[in-house]
Design a protein around this ligand. Structure first.
Ligand code: NAP
Length: 282
């Protein structure tokens, strides 16, 4: 029998999340697609993809509203991740942004709140605000996004900086730079790495090398791209799809067990980094 159990990642605050979640970028932008987007997310939750990643940025709040609709009546089944814009990430601005996000999602807590990328506000202020929100129970934990190694080192040197539980970064087969230093550094410290754009915004689903490997398993190229990430310790991949059938397809990536031979073929098609590379961003 095929084992399609979802691998999990335990965050440093002790909470365990599935290693495959649901992205929401580009949702909530068009009212005509709203019902389909809600259904895709609900189907994902039904299949165990209970980590939902969103941000105040997506659809200018529209994606958070879609998430609010999708989790209505089942808030406790879900681990919610949202993000604050860097220009809102002052001591007071972070708290106000969080409260707006809570309202849009019709909930009283965000499980993981991230600084979307580094901006002008001093990191210490943002950390302070995150800690206040955590004490108030409005967020369960906090983290960052698009932080390279130097940014992480600076963050962890701050008071309470060590409470960061995750760094969400661009990571997929065609963007493996993080494997050189950032990923092992986070793994050593128990900081989860959330891999965004895990199928390179859909383009890995059309990649010849992946099509070839997938064929042997009667799988799809997107599933191979996701299986590659899910096998890595401490990595959570968050593919986005507004189609329930594709969400189900992505969920079944957990059934793929890539062999050493497959991994060698992937290394040949997508060489791992041999020197430090600056973190890429989409
Ligand atoms: P992605 O998940 O790599 O790809 C999404 C695209 O691929 C969509 O166009 C989707 O189309 C398509 N797709 C999904 N499953 C597919 C499949 N099985 N076969 C073929 N195509 C498929 O890219 P992403 O949305 O950029 O990244 C995922 C999530 O990461 C985002 O939604 C967001 O939550 C997060 N993110 C965070 C940051 C950050 O700065 N922190 C940046 C980018 C993304 P359909 O929807 O039409 O199915």
């Amino acid at each position: 029998m095929i084992d399609d159990t979802l691998p999990t990642v335990t965050l440093s605050n002790g909470v365990t999340v599935p290693a495959l979640g649901l992205g929401t970028w580009q949702m909530g932008e068009d009212a005509r697609a709203a019902q389909r987007e809600v259904e895709a997310l609900r189907h994902g939750i039904d299949l165990g993809l209970t980590l939902i990643d969103t941000a105040e940025m997506y659809g200018q709040g529209g994606a958070e509203e879609i998430v609010g609709e999708a989790i209505s009546g089942r808030r406790d089944d879900v681990f919610l991740v949202s993000k604050v814009y860097p220009w809102n990430a002052s001591r007071e601005g972070t708290i106000a942004a969080c409260e707006r996000s809570l309202k849009r999602m019709k909930t009283d807590r965000i499980d993981l709140y991230l600084l979307h990328w580094r901006g002008e506000h001093p990191l210490a202020e943002t950390v302070d605000a995150f800690e206040t929100l955590r004490r108030q129970g409005k967020i369960g934990a906090w983290g960052v996004s698009n932080f390279d190694l130097g940014d992480m080192q600076e963050l962890l040197a701050l008071p309470d900086g060590g409470n960061c539980v995750a760094n969400q970064v661009l990571y997929n087969l065609s963007r493996r730079g993080v494997e050189y230093d950032l990923l092992p550094w986070c793994q050593e410290r128990g900081i989860a790495v959330m891999a965004y754009s895990p199928i390179e915004q859909g383009s890995l689903a059309r990649n010849e090398a992946l099509i070839h490997i997938a064929k042997a398993y009667q799988a799809t190229p997107a599933q191979v791209a996701l299986a590659f990430l899910m096998e890595r310790e401490g990595v959570v991949a968050i593919p986005k799809s507004s189609h329930a059938a594709r969400v189900a397809e992505n969920r079944e990536a957990a059934a793929l067990d890539l062999t050493d031979e497959d991994l060698d073929a992937l290394d040949a098609a997508f060489p791992p980094p041999s020197r430090p590379m600056p973190l890429e961003m989409i």
